[in-house]
Design a protein around this ligand. Structure first.
Ligand SMILES: C[S@@+](CC[C@H](N)C(=O)[O-])C[C@H]1O[C@@H](n2cnc3c(N)ncnc32)[C@H](O)[C@@H]1O
Length: 154
């Protein structure tokens, strides 16, 4: 598990692959490190951060990247559109809204999971691994950390 300030390098490597050529939405920018990683391959990255100081830090970090838009606020109010990859990395989830923000054929990534936990009783796993609009799998990003990658199929 991370300290909550940025995703780990292994996850950023995965996101670089999934972002390639796509429009990306990142929920929770923190300091913009994930946005910079995804911007290396994405067509466009929209990243949203609730905390004003972190949002300012992200704006500063991405200011020379033409394909990154750094927004400040609660993603549940600010996010709009449909994206080919949604990196759900903020603490507050409304998963139906996350799915609505994902285009058909688009990916949803949720990282920072503890491996080996049961699906039942885990709201994140219950939704992402069982929602009928998604096909999803859980994979290890390190021996101690897991992520779910889902693709929206309908
Ligand atoms: C794990 S950090 C994000 C790390 C970043 N995605 C990266 O890979 O570098 C989670 C961030 O989500 C932000 N956050 C929490 N709730 C949010 C919300 N409702 N809307 C936008 N950002 C939120 C937190 O302030 C925190 O900075």
């Amino acid at each position: 598990m991370t300290d909550g300030s940025t995703a780990i390098a292994e996850v950023h490597a995965l996101l670089r692959v999934l972002a390639a050529g796509r429009d990306v939405l990142e929920l929770g920018s923190a300091f913009g490190i994930g946005a910079v990683a995804m911007a290396e391959t994405a067509r466009r990255v929209v990243t949203i951060e609730l905390d004003p100081e972190r949002a300012a830090s992200t704006r500063e970090r991405v200011r020379d990247l033409q394909n990154v838009e750094a927004l400040e606020g609660d993603w549940r109010r600010v996010a709009a559109g449909r994206f080919g990859l949604v990196f759900a990395d903020a603490g507050a989830y409304e998963w139906n809204r996350v799915v609505e923000l994902t285009e058909i054929g688009g990916f949803i990534v949720k990282d920072d999971l503890t491996p080996g936990r049961a699906i039942d009783g885990d709201p994140v796993r219950e939704f992402l691994l069982r929602d009928s609009r998604l096909v999803a799998t859980e994979l290890l990003t390190t021996p101690e950390a897991a992520a779910i990658v889902a693709v929206r199929v309908v």
